[in-house]
Design a binder for this molecule. Structure first.
Ligand SMILES: [Zn+2]
Length: 175
């Protein structure tokens, strides 16, 4: 059953009809909060309320995006690009994030979970070669040699054309 068909649909309990309503709710995600408008259905006769999975999901996605903008958190695609630019696998990245479960890291990349501010700062800090090496040593992660060389070259003053060759530019998605 789609969302559209619930509007005006019969509430079998009382014989009334459901009408689309909007409520303002504060949703908390990863320790942060955002106020969003969420739609739901209310029976016009008995005031019974009905909330669909789609309505909950939409409100949660809206809240996530609001929080992401508000706290300037990396987008899922940016997290994956960051990881791939370092030549890391998801399990390696998870180890570098103080042993965060790899399912969580995967969830960040697939927009299933939202990283909190601390995790976001940690992810960004891995772009610094010295920090990356320090974290890798502590976590027991072997960094890909080529990528480490590339990072050193990319962070050094551009002496020749080779330096930036493997340094992928961030992809900007159309607004
Ligand atoms: Zn009713």
């Amino acid at each position: 059953m789609s969302i559209a068909t619930l509007d005006g649909s019969l509430h079998r309990g009382c014989g009334g009809r459901y009408a689309l309503q909007t409520e303002t709710v504060t949703l908390r995600i990863s320790g942060m909060a955002a106020e969003v408008d969420r739609q739901f259905y209310r029976c016009e006769k008995c005031a019974h309320e009905n909330r669909t999975i789609e309505q909950r999901d939409l409100a949660e996605r809206t809240a996530t995006e609001k929080i992401r903008l508000q706290h300037n958190l990396l987008a899922p695609k940016a997290i994956r690009q960051l990881r791939e630019s370092l030549g890391l696998t998801v399990p390696q990245m998870a180890e570098l994030c103080y042993g965060t479960p790899k399912g969580i890291v995967e969830g960040w990349e697939k927009a299933r979970y939202l990283q909190n501010r601390e995790a976001d700062a940690l992810l960004r800090s891995l772009l610094d070669p010295a920090t990356l090496e320090r974290r890798a040593a502590k976590a027991g992660v072997t960094l890909p040699t080529l990528v480490t060389d590339g990072l050193v070259a990319a962070s050094a003053p551009a002496a020749d054309d080779h330096a930036a060759e493997d340094h992928a530019e961030p992809v900007t998605s159309p607004a």
